[in-house]
Write a protein that binds this ligand. Structure first.
Ligand code: SF4
Ligand code: SF4
Ligand SMILES: [Zn+2]
Length: 146
């Protein structure tokens, strides 16, 4: 699969999402969840209510919120605020970065950012945990500690 398929409309990196990692690594039983996701573009839906609430996204007029002059609209702002508070992720900053550097560089940066410092595995942003070695770590929160 093309890595850029893991850029969600809302600016989240699907590769660090619990639903994506559960499915990829078949951890449903171990982690006690039932629902997985193949990523925003593959699933061709939006997980986070944005698509339901946003006509241009629904109609496929924009690939990402980065293409929208209204960014951040109230719906995105609400989602962003929740993500900042709970997981330390700024979707708005992610989208601004996507505008600045484009898809290819953005995805490379995200893959690197969510790489486990212990084992090189994949960090789940929703659980603050490496899904390969179990290290409790969220690079967004580390950043805020300094
Ligand atoms: S639920 Fe699916 S679309 Fe949403 S961030 Fe996770 S992998 Fe991406
Ligand atoms: S920022 Fe634009 S594209 Fe994204 S949800 Fe809001 S109105 Fe829709
Ligand atoms: Zn690890």
């Amino acid at each position: 699969m093309k890595d850029t398929n893991l850029i969600a409309r809302c600016g989240l990196y699907c590769g660090a999402c619990r639903a994506y990692l559960l499915l990829k690594k078949d951890l449903f039983e171990e982690k006690g969840y039932k629902q997985g996701c193949k990523g925003c573009k593959i699933r061709n839906k939006n997980c986070a209510f944005l698509k339901k609430q946003c006509a241009p996204l629904r109609k496929g007029e924009y690939k990402y919120c980065s293409e929208c002059d209204e960014m951040p609209c109230p719906n995105l702002k609400k989602l962003n605020d929740g993500y900042e508070k709970r997981y330390g992720v700024s979707l708005v900053a992610n989208i601004e970065r996507l505008r600045e550097v484009g898809e290819e560089k953005w995805i490379k940066e995200q893959i690197e950012f969510y790489k486990c410092p212990e084992c090189g595995g994949e960090i789940c942003v929703h659980d603050d945990e490496c899904y390969d070695c179990g290290l409790k770590y969220n690079p967004n929160k580390e950043k805020y500690k300094t």
